[in-house]
Design a protein around this ligand. Structure first.
Ligand code: ZN
Length: 238
């Protein structure tokens, strides 16, 4: 299984991930942990690409913001501007698709959400203590989340130090909360697109990073008239 989060309308990054995952052994299905759109210049293309792959997706705050499901005053200035821009670029079909996304998906042994199992749309899980606090709301052994744009694994049973490096394999054991990091706007200081591959037979997940055309994506952000900071962030990985 290919597991991605926070694609954010960055088609170059998404296509690089899809190609890298295919080269690395392939995948039979794609799970998306929300924020298909927002920030990036290719929202319609990203939705179309993921729908074409029959990806199983949950909704993120930016998906809901772009289709009128959340008041844009809840977003910061640049995020709200990008949501409004995105709303004008989505086809009717993509709007209906994003509106229809569930907030949670249960795919044993995982529950998939965007933010946290306690509050799937907005809550950030930023520490081991946070992971333990929200564990009781997760309806299966493990939780897959996005939203922070940082790859990480936390134990939901005991406050442990984050246990992940960008190319590590993590065996599933105990109760874990796993964030693959962001495809389209990484924020851990590494501008490469992030994703994980879940091997259900081996019972592990493998963290991956792949380079993509950051210059091209940043240039298109500026060409589209999106906030300049959104181009800068792609280069910085912040
Ligand atoms: Zn996001």
């Amino acid at each position: 299984m290919l597991v991605v989060a926070d694609v954010h309308g960055n088609l170059r990054a998404l296509d690089a991930v899809l190609e890298d995952a295919r080269i690395g052994g392939g995948f039979d299905c794609v799970w998306v942990l929300g924020d298909l759109v927002g920030y990036g210049p290719n929202p319609e293309e990203c939705v179309t690409r993921l729908r074409g792959l029959k990806a199983r997706c949950v909704a993120g705050n930016h998906d809901l913001g772009a289709v009128g499901g959340i008041d844009l005053r809840k977003f910061n200035h640049d995020a709200a501007a990008a949501c409004a821009w995105t709303a004008e670029r989505l086809s009717e079909s993509s709007v209906a698709y994003l509106r229809g996304l569930p907030l949670r998906l249960h795919v044993p042994p995982f529950e998939l959400v965007h933010g946290s199992p306690r509050e799937p749309v907005w809550e950030y899980v930023l520490s081991a203590a946070d992971a333990v606090r929200v564990a009781g709301y997760c309806n299966d052994m493990h939780c897959l989340t996005g939203h922070t744009h940082r790859p990480v694994v936390y134990s939901m049973e005991a406050e442990s130090a984050p246990d992940v490096s960008v190319t590590s394999t993590v065996e599933l054991g105990g109760r874990l909360l796993i964030n693959p990091g962001a495809v389209g706007q990484p924020r851990d200081g590494d501008p490469r697109a992030a994703y994980i591959l879940y091997d259900s037979e081996a019972g592990n997940v493998r963290f991956n990073r792949v380079e993509y055309d950051v210059d091209g994506a940043a240039a298109e952000v500026l060409r589209c008239g999106l906030p300049q900071s959104l181009a800068w962030r792609l280069h910085a990985g912040r």
